[in-house]
Design a binder for this molecule. Structure first.
Ligand code: PMP
Length: 424
């Protein structure tokens, strides 16, 4: 188990009162709070080393470049994507959303013949299939839906069971010989359910399709081993894994990144540029990192990755499993329905719920008046809400700093909601 007091002492933000109550932060699925070591790393960088990376022959540029590349390697280590030089399979992006748009745009570019013969493995032809699921965040669904429109490919989705889990056991029917791309979430940001990814990867590879895994909601909570999972690409954001905002990551198997055409263009991604003939682009990961990089934030993300590894992802997972059980007691309250698995197995502590007869915004405000931060709305995932027959929900989500007392406070507050709003 983790040492709760020791963990919480690293998050000064948690030590405050909101509306006269001690703050209970249960919105880590939206963004996690930052430990002091991450905040300090950004500050130290600006105080001592600030310079652009990969250019400039001066000492500060050399230090910045070293720290930037070391961070890439630290992040690779956290997700089981170590390679020879530490981080060659990790591309720095502006976030998970940017990483997904990078992939969809690059596949579209390949379809238009960019990237030559090697890139044809990413090209989509009319009638080819892109498979995703009804549990996806819009940042997975929409870039690939748009890609399908651009290429006349067909967008198909995995259905969900009554607990909101992706029905991975239907992989053999959903994924066909026409499937070129499968983009699914590892953990839903609404239901908290962990996807049984193995049958999906097996079937996709059987038909030669590429698998893109959204690991935004698994990386902060569970051990993730990308090489072990065997996926082709993965995307996630730094800010949900206790790192800074403005940074995300794209993992790609080395040979795939080498064949993938670029999706955005500018400085630091080109070897040779001309006005009268095509440019020659750099090798990955630089090919996908046009423009000045968010160096301080990437360094903060590297520190966050090391911080998580130092605590141990297994220990974090078992601590949060206990807190998840505490949150799932919500389902025992009258008029409260959990949207997702009701037992703590194969899920994380992101627990969405509906309070019968009370609009989520009213619930959120009532809870906030007790100093408790949860998220309300559709959480950028409308299809999964439709699956449960609601438009929006309330979502409480854990981080490593949450305690059973936090769940008690939430339960007490939620138990007062229906009588306050006179819901029948
Ligand atoms: N996928 C999932 C499952 C998410 O929870 C989120 C963030 N809510 C994203 C993708 C997008 O991440 P970002 O907004 O950081 O780009």
């Amino acid at each position: 188990m983790v040492d709760e007091a020791q963990i919480r002492s690293q998050f000064p933000i948690l030590d405050q009162e909101v509306h006269g109550h001690p703050l209970v932060y249960l919105d880590s699925a939206a963004t996690a709070q930052k430990p002091l070591c991450v905040v300090d790393a950004e500050r130290d960088f600006y105080l001592h080393d600030n310079a652009g990376v990969h250019r400039g022959a001066h000492e500060l540029a050399a230090r910045s470049t070293l720290a930037f590349e070391e961070s890439r390697a630290k992040v690779a280590k956290l997700v089981g994507a170590e390679s020879q030089d530490g981080g060659e399979e990790i591309v720095i992006t502006a976030g998970a959303t940017a990483a997904l748009n990078l992939l969809a745009t690059a596949f579209g570019n390949a379809t238009q013949g960019r990237g030559g013969k090697a890139a044809q493995r990413f090209a989509l032809h009319p009638g080819d299939e892109i498979v995703t699921s009804k549990a996806e965040h819009h940042s997975v669904l929409l870039p690939f839906q748009e890609l399908a429109y651009r290429t006349s490919a067909v967008l198909k989705t995995f259905d969900l069971d009554d607990q909101g889990r992706i029905m991975a056991d239907t992989a053999d029917e959903v994924i066909t010989e026409r499937t070129k791309v499968v983009a699914v979430t590892h953990v839903s940001n609404v239901t908290g359910a962990v996807t049984d990814i193995a049958p999906i990867v097996r079937r996709a590879h059987q038909v030669g399709a590429l698998v893109i895994l959204d690991i935004c909601q698994s990386v902060p909570h569970l051990p993730v081993d990308l090489h072990g999972l065997g996926v082709d690409f993965a995307v996630w954001s730094s800010h949900k894994m206790y790192g800074p905002t403005g940074v995300g990551f794209l993992y790609g198997r080395r040979e795939l990144l080498e064949a993938l055409p670029p999706a955005s263009f500018g400085g630091s991604m080109v070897e040779l540029a001309y006005t009268d003939r095509p440019a020659r682009y750099m090798n990955p990961p630089a090919r996908f990192e046009a423009g000045t990089q968010p160096v301080a934030q990437v360094i903060g993300a590297g520190v966050a990755a090391d911080w998580l590894r130092a605590i141990g992802m297994d220990r974090i997972a078992s601590h949060e499993a206990a807190i998840t059980k505490g949150l799932l007691r919500l389902g025992q309250l009258e008029g409260v329905r959990i949207l997702g698995p009701t037992s703590a197995e194969n899920r994380i502590g992101t627990v969405s719920f509906d309070v019968k007869g009370v609009h989520p915004h009213d619930v959120g405000q009532f809870i906030d008046s007790r100093g408790i931060a949860i998220r309300v709305g559709h959480h950028c995932a409308q299809p999964v809400h439709r699956h449960f027959g609601v438009y929006a929900s309330n979502r409480a989500s854990t981080g490593v700093y949450n305690t059973m007392a936090d769940t008690d406070a939430l339960l007490e507050a939620v138990s007062g909601v229906r009588s306050f709003f006179k819901a029948d």
